[in-house]
Design a protein around this ligand. Structure first.
Ligand SMILES: [Zn+2]
Length: 289
């Protein structure tokens, strides 16, 4: 995949320190016991940098599990403050922290679980001028936004920067999850192969309009964390090229095969987009699940 060669660094091949303190060996003992993880895997987790976009219903459990797992650097992007209506599902926030910046609230919760990891709050609003630099500073990007302009902006920036995107979405009683890494998986699509354009405004309701069962966001954020850990460790079967759909009411999981679009304007052989200039100036208000 020559088209990506220039932009892709190999983040997972960062030089790893395999020395662990006594505290780390105790803290991560249940990981290190797993043959698929072991000391080397735990060192990979410690060397990894993961960006969590949205400190909401998905981002809260995601950030907490990544911190607990010992992912060394966890960036969190959000520019909202904690509101009472968030607490039904956004489990890293507390009643005492109402009014606090969400990034600071999640960072506080993550550090309480694991002070050994570096949690980096980014209290910014993402737009075409700042997204690429931020995404490039991390190995894996997790999207949990409830806003199509931002979702497409992040997805495009990940392809252009050669970063793996693990994207989750929830609405009412249903969740979806997929991994996009066309730079690493020749068969795997990008988000644009699946959805060429954002839906017309108003066609897909947001959680604020249609509601969501709180625990559904917890399950999907936890599945998203599991896929992040799998990608860092290089174990199991990636969700690249597959879409996981969970319907909580019928208690059914389904997997749908996703195909790469050879004519995709972003990852196709004759791609027409080489930067983010096809995105409008600024974005609409960012609202996180
Ligand atoms: Zn594509």
């Amino acid at each position: 995949m020559g088209v990506f060669a220039k932009t892709v660094q190999e983040p997972m091949f960062r030089i790893m320190d395999l020395d662990f303190s006594e505290e780390e060996i105790s803290r991560y003992a249940r990981h290190i016991l797993l043959a698929e993880v072991g000391g080397t895997g735990q060192a990979k987790l410690r060397a990894a940098r993961v960006l969590v976009i949205g400190a909401g219903g998905l981002g809260c459990p995601l950030a907490l599990y990544l911190a607990a797992a010992g992912v060394g650097t966890i960036g969190i992007v959000d520019n909202d403050v904690v509101e009472l209506s968030n607490l039904q599902r956004q489990i890293a926030h507390t009643t005492a922290r109402l009014g606090m910046a969400k990034v600071d609230s999640v960072a506080a919760a993550a550090r309480e679980i694991n002070p050994l990891v570096n949690v980096v709050p980014h209290a910014i609003r993402l737009d075409a001028t700042n997204v690429s630099e931020l995404v490039s500073a991390y190995d894996i990007v997790c999207d949990g936004t409830d806003n199509f302009p931002t979702r497409f902006l992040v997805a495009d920036a990940c392809v252009l920067s050669g970063r793996t995107l693990i994207s989750a979405a929830v609405l009412r009683f249903e969740g979806q999850l997929a991994t996009f890494k066309p730079h690493a998986d020749p068969e795997g699509p990008c988000y644009r192969c699946l959805y060429p354009e954002p839906p017309p405004e108003g066609l897909v309701p947001s959680c604020a309009e249609a509601g969501v069962l709180g625990a559904v966001t917890g399950v999907m954020g936890t599945l998203q964390a599991t896929e992040v850990l799998k990608e860092i460790l290089g174990i199991g079967q990636s969700l690249s090229g597959r879409l996981l759909i969970w319907d909580a009411l019928s208690a059914r999981f389904r997997l749908i095969r996703l195909r790469r679009d050879p004519a995709c304007p972003l990852c196709g052989a004759e791609r027409k987009w080489h930067d983010l200039s096809h995105h409008a100036e600024g974005t609409t208000r960012v609202c996180f699940v």
